[in-house]
Design a protein. Sequence first.
Length: 314
Amino acid sequence: MRRYLVLLVVVVMIVLAGCANPTPTPEPTATVEPTSAQQAEQPTATAEKVATATEAPTATVAAETEESSNQISVAGSTTVQPLAEKLAEAFTAINPDVDITVQGGGSGVGVKSAGEGTVNVGTASREVKQEELDTYTDMIVYTIAKDGIAIVVNPDVAVDGLTTDQVRDIFAGNITNWSQVGGPDQAIVVVSREEGSGTRDAFQEMVMGKDVDIVGTAILQSSNGAVRTTIAETPYSIAYLSFGYLDDSVKALSVDGVAATAANALDGTYPIVRPLNMLTKGEATGVVKAWLDYILSANGQQIVVEEGYLAVTQ
């Protein structure tokens, strides 16, 4: 009997021990911070913003490229310069997104700049020389107008006309006094353009010839405008000047009995006429082609005529 009591006590103690130790509730797992390597592998919001910011300037670059393609740089002949400025003004008035910058420098500069591609358009107020075409084999010549070269004197010179031979002899220094050509007994003051000028090259070719140089005592000027001012202010002076620069401040002489007028230059009776050219490196494309097309259109050629030059298209 006693043995049974002992066994019962043991059973009760086991049951009571089980109730006192319930199954423990699992503790929350501690948050494990990712390592720097793991962070690098995971895309973040910050990374997405960087990508967006990197992509955004692409539109700006494209816009800048497009803008630069609407810019035209022009350099060369001071004869063509004011005409090119007028043609640029008219073209940009109907194409306000286009920017055209026109500079002088002389025809030699225009040929070299176009041939080397340092400007979009070069200008020359003379025929392009064969050696220039041989040097710049991909250069394209666009004749946009023709221009007469007038022989001009100070308005007080009492002479109204000369022959081509007399003009040559004056600029060569063989005739030095106005009395030798029917004028007053006064020394002739010769004014000329500088070396590299398209106007000078054309005058040299058409009047002086290859073997006769302009006298070394001539007053040299760097532009048609400067020549006109010098003639207007210098008594007994003579020079050659683009038709586009003629005004009442100088007197244009007839040559071989033919008056220096646009009509006479157009019909071929006036002897000193040269081309006004625009030059590009390779065929013109894009906005440059559009501008050249405008210049050769009826509207563009009307501006040519209004500026005192001769149209090349009807």
